[in-house]
Design a protein around this ligand. Structure first.
Ligand code: SF4
Length: 422
């Protein structure tokens, strides 16, 4: 497999424009700008590239929804808000190779005939945003941005926007509200942003990893990209491993790499004497996978086949020193804190779920509380305005099946089963 997104990660500091060009950077634009957009869109469709922010929707199909007679200006908004606990891949590209992002944005915006691009950066990534801003300025001065890029007749500029810092701003419509200077609450859909997005204009929202793949797909071809994957996967993905492993980190690997390979080869395996209990394949909002799922390829479809989701590919490992209930209390508490407050099941339901789950750790839970946890999850899941609250309860719903015996043991023993034994 050729490293694509991480090909310049061997540098101690991010490459400046000259260094990036020395390694072939921006060369793709000579090949892309001026080519028929239909042809390029078909190449993206054929590549099988899917949204790397966690949704996994086919990128070419999404781009195809943009009407041919869409009123201009058309906007391309890059989601670099990466706030899902356990996910840190977009940060790697931002901090280690910002020109890769710019090249990806230009290539993608050209295919969409977008007039302006915005990169929405997570508030905590301030110095990364400053580095990206500097790279944008270099690219502008070199004629890769601005009017009539490389004499192609195509014009584009990029604005870097630093988020005020709120998890829900990673949801695409909340992100658009925040860009417009409003409170970052999710909007109702339809209309979808591709019809009416930023300031009511057609807007395509893509994750930063997704667009960073595009120049390479358009120059090397869809078949080449597909060939980078294994086990039915397409292209590469920046997987991240955290939790109870010896060497947590980020690894660009073929899409379709198994959790076994990620955990035991790349992330150094589990701590001595510990056993794997479960892992979440793509951040804290993804349901647990179990040791028997270690050989399932981490593709968009692999984890779904056992009731989980690939999500961001931010794999979190839990060994037998961790109480699943205690862990989930922290997870749900995070989502409760980050609720935008618009709908009651999320705003009030999640804190109540935390309250009930804490009883299990405190040793005061009864059978009624177990039924209540189940009922709360089943009530919250289908009744909210956006996917925030469902994402919070999905791992709990999974755990109620996978670790029911742990809930029952807490009730029977009137304490956390791990207390004193970690
Ligand atoms: S589910 Fe939560 S985050 Fe989403 S709109 Fe409702 S209150 Fe806001």
């Amino acid at each position: 497999m050729e490293p694509i997104l991480s090909r310049n990660f061997d540098q101690k500091t991010p490459l400046d424009l000259a260094g990036f060009r020395d390694r072939g950077g921006y060369a793709s634009l000579n090949n892309i700008l001026g080519r028929p957009r239909d042809e390029l869109l078909q190449e993206v469709k054929d590549s099988g590239l899917r949204g790397c922010g966690g949704a996994g929707f086919p990128t070419g199909v999404k781009w195809g929804f943009l009407a041919k007679d869409a009123p201009h200006p058309v906007y391309l908004v890059i989601n670099l808000d990466e706030s899902e606990p356990g996910s840190c891949k977009d940060r790697q590209i931002l901090y280690r190779d910002p020109h890769t992002i710019i090249e990806g944005v230009i290539a993608s915006a050209y295919v969409l005939d977008a007039d302006k691009a915005f990169v929405f950066v997570r508030g905590e990534y301030r110095s990364g945003a400053e580095g990206l801003e500097k790279a944008v300025q270099e690219a502008r001065e070199a004629g890769y941005l601005g009017k009539n890029i490389l004499g192609s007749g195509y014009s584009l500029d990029i604005d870097v926007h630093l988020s005020a810092g709120r998890y829900i701003c990673g949801e695409e419509t909340a992100l658009l509200n925040a860009l417009e200077g409003r409170r970052g609450n999710p909007r109702s859909k339809p209309p979808f942003p591709i019809v009416s997005g930023l300031w009511g204009q057609p807007t395509v929202v893509n994750n930063v990893e997704t667009v960073s793949h595009v120049p390479y797909i358009l120059t090397k071809g869809a078949d080449w990209f597909k060939g980078q994957g294994i086990n039915g996967g397409t292209g590469t993905h920046i997987y991240q491993v955290s939790g109870c492993v010896n060497k947590p980190g980020t690894f660009e690997l073929p899409m379709g790499t198994t959790a076994r390979e990620l955990i035991y080869e790349h992330a150094g395996g589990l701590r001595e004497g510990r056993e794997l209990v479960a892992f979440q394949p793509g951040g804290t909002s993804t349901p647990f996978m179990l040791p028997e799922h270690l050989d399932i390829p981490l593709t968009w479809d692999g984890p779904s086949s056992v009731g989980s989701r690939l999500g961001t590919g931010g794999l979190i490992v839990m060994d037998d020193s961790i109480c699943p209930i205690d862990y989930l209390i922290n997870v749900v508490d995070f989502y409760a804190m980050e609720s935008c407050g618009f709908c009651t099941p999320c705003r009030d339901g999640l804190p109540y779920l935390v309250h009930v789950m804490k009883k299990f750790e405190e040793g005061t839970a009864t059978d009624k509380d177990l039924a209540l946890v189940e009922e709360l999850c089943d009530t919250i899941f289908p009744s909210t305005h956006c996917a925030h609250a469902p994402g919070a309860v999905m791992p709990v719903q999974g755990a109620l099946k996978q670790f029911r015996h742990v809930f029952e043991a807490h009730i029977k023993n009137q304490c956390c089963t791990l207390q004193g034994g970690q």
